[in-house]
Design a protein. Structure first.
Length: 156
């Protein structure tokens, strides 16, 4: 009977370990600095963000993704899903991060803190979203063109 070899613990290279330790040190420093002023407000914000994500956002974007998947399967176009998912996720992430400025909820505070015009966030977010979906549509068109070239017989 042959005994199994002991499994090797996947630590990675020394550079990876150094980068990981540096990342943890930076995160710990940022956490200490962030919690130094008003730790209760920060803790409440994190708890609220986790609850908002788990109870509202996750069911919402899961339902949207299932509807997209059902529609693409019904149309026989399952391969198109990533060309909609990726720009939608990136655009949604940008909206999630900058929603107070995109919707103008903190325009006065932003203007007083930076001296910059906060009214540019909505048009820029819309341009970024259009560029993401346009680039994705271009990639899909190139993929379909390449697929039809490979399927058609070579003309001699």
């Amino acid at each position: 009977m042959r005994l199994p070899r002991p499994t090797r613990v996947p630590f990675g290279s020394p550079l990876q370990l150094l980068l990981l330790a540096g990342s943890f040190a930076l995160a710990a420093y940022a956490g200490v600095r962030l919690l130094a002023d008003d730790w209760l407000a920060v803790a409440l914000w994190f708890a609220g963000a986790a609850l908002l994500h788990d109870l509202v956002l996750l069911p919402l974007y899961s339902a949207l993704d299932r509807a997209l998947a059902a529609g693409s399967v019904a149309a026989g176009r399952r391969s198109w899903m990533l060309y909609v998912r990726v720009p939608a996720v990136l655009s949604g992430l940008a909206l999630l991060v900058w929603w107070p400025l995109i919707l103008g909820a903190s325009a006065d505070r932003y203007r007083s803190a930076t001296g910059l015009d906060p009214n540019l966030f909505l048009p820029r977010w819309l341009l970024i979203t259009a560029a993401l979906f346009g680039g994705s549509a271009l990639l899909l068109a190139l993929r379909l063109r390449r697929a039809t070239k490979h399927r058609s017989p070579a003309a001699h």
